[in-house]
Design a binder for this molecule. Structure first.
Ligand SMILES: C[S@@+](CC[C@H](N)C(=O)[O-])C[C@H]1O[C@@H](n2cnc3c(N)ncnc32)[C@H](O)[C@@H]1O
Length: 382
């Protein structure tokens, strides 16, 4: 992902073939066509690399490399009990793309410390393995995309199958399991004291309930209710809650059991939900009506900037975010005919301020937490 995007100077020919003219009208030279083709080829490689990185994770190849010193393909194949020929070709691909390092003198491969953190160590905050799983899970929905483009109607999370819920879970699991309770919640004035004493909490759009479980475990005197409209996510959440043997957590599908708009909740959380919602205005209104006057809404949403131009030049996650938006977030937000379709970057700070003010919230501050590459966190109160 590059921090700055650049427009190719050229335009497509009428047949949609390679560029024939620059914006100024002169013919591009072969070098510039080759440079542009190389840029596109990198994107193609990225598509293939998602599946191959997922293999490296699922088959334990990165973990085996990270545990040993430099090793050749035979040693790695033995360590992972895989076929040497396949492991060797995978290593060549990984070395060429720069994820695995190669020591030509010893004909051996190894992981740098950075690569170990990002690819091998699922417990490291910088681990990105879950994102590859999410991208590969989306390949199955490509057949449906032409219809979406034609009709305007998107796909809900459940339209994409259970793999989508799993992919989302693997992307957010690390933060929610290990950082939410010990690092983020203490940064919100008075919150830990309130949860420790016993509070009523809704985790709206809880997904697989990683956040709900982490909070319920830490605050046994509080009662937690996870709400989600995804059947797949709710199934996964139920299994996890049962496995965790927690008795202060329950789940609701808001389609059957909407948030009770009776000002009964002390604390409501949404982690990456509002921008995906088909009806964000109504959802924010129901959160407002469900909260006590002294209540608090912790809203996490993707860091965006107000305009496309600003995102394109100044938002380092813009390319990734717009890619996920067409494939997942905007699609989910348009999965009903009257859906808002805010898109991945559509609930940026300025928009969040406006929409929450319009819904009757009077307090809005950003919670200082810079460690998350993707999300901003807002403390929102009536
Ligand atoms: C990107 S996922 C985030 C899930 C989870 N919070 C996490 O961080 O892993 C968004 C979730 O919001 C749910 N969702 C969308 N609109 C909702 C609504 N109106 N009420 C409850 N859940 C909703 C989706 O089903 C999905 O599980």
């Amino acid at each position: 992902m590059s921090s700055k995007n650049s427009h190719p100077e050229s335009t497509l020919s009428a047949e949609g073939s390679l560029p024939t003219k620059t914006a100024e009208g002169s013919l591009p030279d072969k070098g510039s066509i080759r440079a542009f083709a190389a840029q596109v080829t990198n994107s193609i490689t990225g598509g293939l690399n998602c599946a191959l990185t997922l293999m490296g994770d699922q088959l334990g190849l990165y973990r085996a490399l990270s545990k040993s010193g430099p090793m050749n393909s035979q040693a790695l194949a033995e360590a992972t009990q895989l076929s040497e020929r396949w492991v060797r070709e995978w290593l060549y691909q990984q070395a060429c793309i720069g994820q695995v390092s190669f020591d030509a003198a010893g004909d051996e491969f190894f992981l740098t410390q950075e690569a170990t953190a990002v690819l091998a160590d699922a417990e490291h905050p910088a681990w990105l393995g879950g994102m590859f799983q999410s991208v590969v899970a989306l390949y199955d929905s490509v057949d449906k995309l032409p219809d979406c483009f034609r009709t305007g109607l998107g796909q809900s999370f459940d339209d994409k199958g259970e793999a989508c819920a799993c992919g989302i879970e693997s992307m957010s699991r690390k933060f929610q399991a290990d950082y939410l309770v010990p690092v983020l919640l203490p940064r919100i004035d008075g919150l830990v004291e309130r949860l420790s004493a016993g509070a009523k909490v809704a985790d709206v759009g809880c997904g697989s309930a990683t956040s709900t479980i982490a909070m319920a475990r830490a605050f046994p005197k509080s009662e937690f209710i996870g709400y989600d409209i995804s059947i797949h996510a709710l199934h996964r959440a139920r299994d996890k809650i049962n496995a965790a043997d927690l008795h202060n957590v329950s789940l609701r599908n808001p389609i059957d059991h909407p948030l009770p708009e009776d000002a009964s909740f002390d604390f409501i959380t949404t982690f990456d939900v509002i921008h995906d919602s088909t009806h964000p205005v109504e959802l924010i209104a129901s959160i407002r009506n469900s909260l006590q006057e002294t209540g608090l809404w912790l809203c996490a949403d993707v860091q965006g900037l107000p305009s496309f131009a600003e995102n394109m030049t100044d938002n380092p996650i813009a390319t990734l975010a717009y890619s996920f938006s067409v494939m997942v977030c905007m699609s989910a937000g348009l999965s009903t005919p009257d859906g808002a379709g805010l898109g991945t970057l559509g609930f940026h700070e300025q928009k969040a301020k406006e929409m929450t003010r319009d819904a009757g919230f009077s307090h809005f501050t950003r919670v200082p937490f810079e460690d998350d590459l993707f999300n901003a966190f807002y403390d929102i109160r009536p």
